[in-house]
Design a protein around this ligand. Sequence first.
Ligand code: MN
Length: 233
Amino acid sequence: MGPLIGVTVEPPNPAGDLRGAYSEAVVEADGVPILLPLGLDIPAFRRLFEGLDAILLTGGGDIAPEHYGERPSPALREVDPGRDLLEITLARWALERDKPILGICRGLQVINVALGGTLIQDIAAEVPGALPHDNPDTRGAEIAHRVEVEPGSALRGLARRANLETNSSHHQAVRRLAYGLAAVARSGDGIVEALEAPGHRYAVAVQWHPERLPGRPGSRALFAGLTRAAGRG
Ligand code: MN
């Protein structure tokens, strides 16, 4: 059997069922997805965590800025305290225990905040001249921008390319990178588009949505890397 990949979820999304795409990508990579419920107490969640082979942190709303020592900006969008707590806890546990973890969009931001980094609360308001990272037309299968991938990074090894074309469905981004993380891809405006934790078995996060771009270079490799690192063989 394939490795068990815990996939975080959010309450039903009126914009459509995007959760299915994460699970499909895990199955495509020979993993077995398990959707992780919110609202469990920490001991129950720890029990669940122990049984998993890897973690997939998915996209979603904003992280409450109190988690990185800032007050909410007027451009902050919806937050979910329960989801913040569980995902930040999961990210810390995964890195402490060297359990493979893949962060997508919000998941990248969760990993950075969990390790002590900070976020730009709204790119459009805070970064003059930034590319449009939150255009409704380029959140799914359409390309929003290119990212340049750092030589020598795990992402570069997975994607086997110096540049990737990505979608973009985020209005926040990394401001200060947490200690222990490396920024391994940026868009032309300097926004961090991927990070990883060097020295870990597999701790990679991307700001775009590879599960919505299954045919693009690098997309399947991100999920395959996760399940390979999590493999029990
Ligand atoms: Mn972007």
